[in-house]
Design a protein around this ligand. Structure first.
Ligand SMILES: [Zn+2]
Length: 184
C-alpha cells in the first residue's frame, strides 16, 4: 500500500475512490520546502539556528473527489499547515512562522475544458498521475511570504509601526559588537 501521501496514482482513481488523506508528517520529508527553510536559517550564527527545525509538524487533511455532478472533473479540497522557523528580515532574529493553505483544486492535464467555478482553481499536472505530497509541498511553498518578519513590536526589536518611525538611540549589542570588532 505505502503512504497514500507519497504514492503516485492516477488522479481519476483517487477521485473515484474519494481518497481521504490525513497528513501528520514532518518538514524534513518535504525536501524542497526544507531546503528553502534551511537556506534562510543559514544566515544565522550557527548557535542561533533553532534545533529541531526539520521536525516541524506538517498537518492537514486532503480529500479527492469530483467537482461536478457528472463526476468528470476531479477535485482536491483540504487544508495544510506547518509552522517553520524563519529569519525576520527586519531584526535578523529567528522566529516561528506559521504557514497554512486551503486547497480547492482541480488537478488536470487538460489545457482547457475545466471550469474554475465554485471557487476552484485549476492545478496543472504533468501526467495523469499525482503524488499528493508534491501538491502539499508546492502549496506550502506558495504560502511563504516574500519577506518574513515579526509582525509586532513586542516580538521584533526593529519594529517600526506604519506611519511613525520609532527612533532607537540605545543599541547596546551593536555598540558592544563594534567595540569587539575594533579589538580584534
Ligand atoms: Zn523581527
Amino acid at each position: 500500500m505505502g503512504n497514500p501521501l507519497r504514492v503516485r496514482r492516477p488522479i481519476a482513481e483517487l477521485a473515484a475512490k474519494g481518497q481521504v488523506i490525513e497528513i501528520a508528517d514532518k518538514l524534513r520529508n518535504f525536501e524542497r520546502l526544507a531546503g528553502i527553510v534551511e537556506a534562510d536559517l543559514a544566515t544565522l550564527d550557527p548557535d542561533k539556528i533553532p534545533r529541531g527545525w526539520r521536525d516541524a509538524a506538517v498537518t492537514g487533511h486532503l480529500e479527492f473527489g469530483f467537482a461536478d455532478a457528472q463526476q468528470q472533473v476531479p477535485s482536491l479540497v483540504g487544508d495544510v499547515t506547518v509552522t517553520v522557523d524563519a529569519v525576520c528580515q527586519r531584526c535578523l532574529e529567528s522566529f516561528r512562522l506559521p504557514l497554512s493553505a486551503e486547497l480547492r483544486l482541480l488537478p488536470t492535464t487538460l489545457e482547457q475544458g475545466v471550469s474554475e467555478g465554485a471557487g476552484f482553481e485549476r492545478w496543472e499536472l504533468d501526467d495523469d498521475r499525482v503524488c499528493p505530497a508534491d501538491i502539499v509541498e508546492e502549496v506550502l511553498i506558495m504560502a511563504m511570504p516574500l519577506s518574513a518578519m515579526h509582525d509586532t513590536a513586542v516580538a521584533c526589536r526593529e519594529y517600526e509601526p506604519a506611519g511613525g518611525k520609532v527612533e532607537r538611540t540605545v543599541k547596546p549589542f551593536a555598540a558592544l559588537k563594534d567595540r569587539m570588532d575594533q579589538d580584534t
